[in-house]
Design a protein around this ligand. Structure first.
Ligand code: AMP
Ligand code: ZN
Ligand code: ZN
Length: 326
């Protein structure tokens, strides 16, 4: 196979575009694709301050790398989710990436801020881990962006992610989610940041190829909680279609954006937002879902401390140690 541009030996085939590229021409093509998506959808300009949500995985570090190379002002935001060695390694990859490029990285350590990681937040409030994790991400991305005056939040959702989410939303008939599924989500409230997905036209295997060719060091492991997740099943189903009919994912998602979503826009009522009485973030309720979750957890953790202190007291008294609760 030959590179479409220079006729040299091709290293990466892009079947859905009927093209193939050598390494340097693939990198050039990839960056141009991202830049075109940013400009075409008016996501941001070089004057804007962009907060890039980086997990330490390939997609988000690739996104950050490309935005920096294209000359955008991109600051990283990493959330340490408190999922054992996986989270520690993820944070280290983000820090090493930032250090190598002299880029700014902000870190929110969820266990340090809220007493437990996302699995603990889930367990103590009767949720599944992915629901507590998703809620924490949505809340913290927005909060950091608004508090620190960023113009926009960029996440690394790619074509495979978006096509799988779309399929799931269609199966569930989730009209509100379909209306919100767009590469640019405008702010509808002063406390809500704009949200963009600059990789929405890029397939996952292309970000993997980019990461390898650029030597980007990322966490190879998937989140341990994602095993068996429905999103993986949907991705598998789409990969099966893609194998025999290249371009299926792209057609599904792009046709949805161009032809179907415009018809849906009026199908969803805009929701009235007010400020959470505890944190000030926009919400439909009096207290936002994140504050409800973290406050419930704080109460449970406090009562645990009280119980264990009460259990320790007689021991301390009998040993004459005289120590209060640790
Ligand atoms: P996910 O919710 O895991 O599908 O991730 C969606 C997007 O959120 C990714 O493309 C990243 O941009 C971002 N992201 C995921 N995990 C983290 C994290 N721990 N810290 C910061 N950003 C993240
Ligand atoms: Zn070439
Ligand atoms: Zn709140």
């Amino acid at each position: 196979m030959r590179c479409t541009k220079c006729k040299g030996t091709a290293q990466v085939e892009v079947r859905r575009h009927h093209t193939a590229f050598c390494g340097p021409h693939f990198l050039e093509w990839f960056e141009a694709q991202v830049d075109r998506a940013v400009r075409r959808e008016r996501m941001f300009t070089p004057q804007d301050r962009v907060l890039v949500a980086v997990s330490g995985g390939k997609d988000s570090l690739v996104l950050w790398d490309v935005l920096l190379r294209l000359g955008y002002q991109a600051t990283g935001l990493h959330l340490n989710l408190g999922i054992g060695g996986y989270s520690q390694e993820s944070q280290e990859k983000c820090e090493a990436f930032a250090r190598d490029r002299g880029a700014e990285l902000l870190v929110v350590d969820i266990p340090a801020e809220y007493g437990v990681g996302v699995e603990g937040l889930a367990q103590l409030t009767g949720r599944v881990a992915c629901s507590a994790c998703g809620l924490s991400k949505r809340y913290l991305f927005n909060r950091v962006a608004v508090d620190r005056g960023f113009d926009v939040v960029a996440t690394a959702h790619n074509l495979d992610d978006e096509a799988a989410v779309l399929l799931g939303n269609l199966i569930a008939g989730n009209v509100d989610a379909l209306v919100r599924q767009t590469p640019v989500l405008e702010s509808t409230h002063p406390g809500l940041a704009r949200k963009v997905k600059p990789l929405y036209r890029i397939a996952e295997r292309e970000t993997a190829a980019y990461a390898v060719l650029r030597g980007i060091d990322y966490v190879l492991d998937e989140c341990p909680n994602s095993a068996g997740a429905r999103s993986l099943l949907l991705k598998e189903a789409l990969n099966l279609l893609e194998r025999d009919a290249p371009g299926t994912k792209q057609s599904l998602y792009w046709n949805f954006l161009e032809k179907v979503r415009p018809l849906l826009r009026t199908a969803s009522e805009p929701v009235a937002l007010r400020s959470c009485v505890h944190c000030g973030q926009p919400t439909t309720a009096e207290v936002c879902a994140f504050c409800r979750m973290t406050e419930r957890v704080a109460r449970k953790l406090q009562s645990r401390v009280a119980v264990s202190a009460a259990r320790r007291e007689p021991v301390a008294a009998s040993s004459g140690g005289g120590g209060g609760p640790a």
